[in-house]
Each structure stands twice: as structure tokens, then as C-alpha cells.
Write a protein that binds this ligand. Structure first.
Ligand code: CP
Length: 317
């Protein structure tokens, strides 16, 4: 049974197959309206979400199936052992999407899996995001998966779960990716992934912002992990000092109109969202003519559909 826990487990051919299908589904949505009729997606969230929930839930509706939202805080996952609850949960659906607090939960779920599992973001990877980001870059590069080959992608600020997964996709599709970062989120580091990426000759790390000059796409992401916030969206007491430290270190990498002008950069601007304005990105970058951030958000929908069809082996036209 195939899962989507990390794209390290997927071949370049599998990634290309899903991206080609996403492009096809997006152009011919009506052809797929009943492909997953009678199928149920269970979405288990241990962290908050806007785009991931919307894209999976809408995607399942548009494919003729049904999606069930489970929030850890309002289920028995709060009071029982994870392994028992997840085994029971899998008896009710055909496919499971899980946003865990830690990757370890996904590993445990995989060991007892009776249905395909999708990682909807953990501290190390965000494979659904990377696939839909590739979809957006492909569309903006000519519309064919091969068009991404040779493109130059710069990632600004902090190395994290999303950059890890983007590195994986870009190097497998023949695109060059440079992490122009001050630091990596310690929880996200995957040395084997980095080593494999380096061996392709397509991946590098730098602190030199001159790499922006000939970039085709520039991405950034939050410096502030979800764990930094309480249930009211306020930064929790014991992360405040760390947040201030990060703001100082990462500020030279803030994605802004001024930064792009300084380095004569005409790249398309990307951010997986949620944006933290005046931290990693400025309002004038989000609303910049080169910004494709909202197309990028919408493409989560088209990519999720292709991911679910691939894992459920439903390539019906
Ligand atoms: N990019 C992303 O995963 O968005 P959400 O956290 O809103 O789902």
C-alpha cells in the first residue's frame, strides 16, 4: 500500500505522474465528479489549518466522496492511547489525512495502516505543499512538468519542513534550489535528505542574497512555528524570547519589494501561507505584481485531488 508520508519514498516518475494528473484534473474538473463516490477521507488534525483542510475537504466533495474532520481536542485522541484510536479510526474510512504534532505519530500509524496515509504537515515534511508548489511553478513556467527543469528556485529565511520537501521535489524534477537562510529549524533537519539532494548537484545553501539575481521563483515561510501560538493566536510565554531572537537573525532575509529591487530580482513570489506580515514577508511582496501566492493556495485543491486518486489507485478519466 502506498502512503504519502515523505516524498523521499516517492520516485521522480511517481511525482511526475501525480503532477501531470493534477494539471489534467484542473483543466477537466467535470470529468472527475464521481470518481470517489462512496469513498470517505478522514482528516485528523492535531494542529490548526486553513488551506489543508479546505483543499482536502473541497477536493473530496468535488470527486464525489465525503470528508470527515476530526480535531484531536474534541475526540478521544485526547484521553486514550494514539495507537488504539488511530487503528479504530482507520476502520471508518478509505484514506487518512493526518496533521500530527510530531512525525513519530505518522510512523506509528504507518506500522498499523489498513488504508493509505497522507502526511498533512509534520515538523520534518509537508509533501502535499511541495507537490502543489511544483504545480504552481510548472504552470508559471509553460505548463508542462518538464518546463520546471533548469529553473532556479531560491528559498529565503529559515530552513524548515516545507523547504525540505521543496528540495526533494525540485531536485527530483531537475530544478535548481538554493536555500538562502540564516538558520534551520532544528526539528526539521533531515541530514540524509540534504545529502541525497547535494549529490544531484542541484541543491545548495548560502547566506549570500546575491543568489536572488537570476532566480525564477522565490519562496519564503514563517519563522514562527505553530507551537509558538496558544489557542487564541497569541505567542506563548516561553517562546517570546526565541521569537525575538529569530526576528533579529532572519530580518535580512525578509521578502519585500525593496529586497527584490535591491537584487534586481524579477522572480515570482511564493509563500505557502499563513503569512506573517512584517516578519518573513511584507504586504508589498504579498500584493506585488509578481506574487503568485493566491494561485499557489488554490493549487492545493488540484494537487490534493491527484494525490488522493493516486493513493486510491483511481486514475479513471
Ligand atoms: N500551507 C498550509 O499548510 O496551510 P494551512 O496550515 O492553513 O493548512
Amino acid at each position: 500500500m502506498k502512503h504519502l508520508i515523505s516524498l523521499r519514498d516517492w520516485t521522480a516518475e511517481e511525482i511526475k505522474e501525480v503532477l501531470n494528473k493534477a494539471l489534467e484534473i484542473k483543466k477537466n474538473q467535470e470529468k472527475y465528479y464521481d470518481v470517489l463516490k462512496g469513498k470517505t477521507l478522514i482528516m485528523l488534525f492535531e494542529k490548526t489549518s486553513t488551506r489543508t483542510r479546505l483543499s482536502f475537504e473541497t477536493g473530496m466533495t468535488q470527486l464525489g466522496g465525503h470528508a470527515i474532520f476530526l480535531d484531536k481536542r474534541t475526540t478521544q485522541f485526547m484521553i486514550a492511547e494514539f495507537i488504539d484510536e488511530i487503528r479504530a479510526t482507520m476502520r471508518f474510512g478509505d484514506i487518512l489525512m493526518h496533521r500530527p504534532l510530531k512525525n513519530k505519530s505518522l510512523m506509528e500509524a504507518e506500522k498499523v495502516a489498513t488504508i493509505p496515509i497522507i502526511n498533512a504537515l509534520c515538523e520534518k515534511y509537508h509533501p502535499c505543499q511541495a507537490l502543489s508548489d511544483a504545480l504552481t511553478m510548472i504552470e508559471k513556467s509553460g505548463g508542462k512538468v518538464e518546463d520546471l527543469k533548469g529553473k532556479k528556485i531560491v528559498w529565503l529565511g529559515i530552513g524548515d519542513n516545507v523547504s525540505n520537501t521543496l528540495v526533494e521535489v525540485c531536485t527530483k524534477l531537475g530544478a535548481k534550489i538554493t536555500l538562502c537562510i540564516a538558520e534551520k529549524d532544528p526539528d526539521s533537519i533531515d541530514e540524509e535528505l540534504e545529502e541525497e539532494a547535494r549529490e544531484t548537484g542541484l541543491y545548495e545553501e548560502t547566506t549570500d542574497l546575491n543568489c536572488l539575481k537570476d532566480a525564477d521563483f522565490v519562496h519564503t515561510d514563517t519563522w514562527i512555528n505553530m507551537e509558538f501560538f496558544d489557542k487564541d493566536g497569541k505567542v506563548v510565554e516561553n517562546f517570546r524570547e526565541e521569537l525575538e531572537r529569530r526576528k533579529k537573525i532572519f530580518m535580512p532575509y525578509q521578502l519585500s519589494k525593496a529586497l527584490l529591487e535591491k537584487y534586481d530580482c524579477n522572480a515570482k513570489i511564493m509563500h505557502c501561507m499563513a503569512c506573517h506580515i512584517d516578519c518573513e514577508i511584507t504586504r508589498d511582496a504579498v500584493d506585488h505584481p509578481n506574487s503568485v501566492i493566491f494561485d499557489q493556495a488554490e493549487n492545493r485543491l488540484h494537487a490534493q485531488k491527484a494525490i488522493m486518486l493516486f493513493l486510491l489507485e483511481k486514475w479513471k478519466k
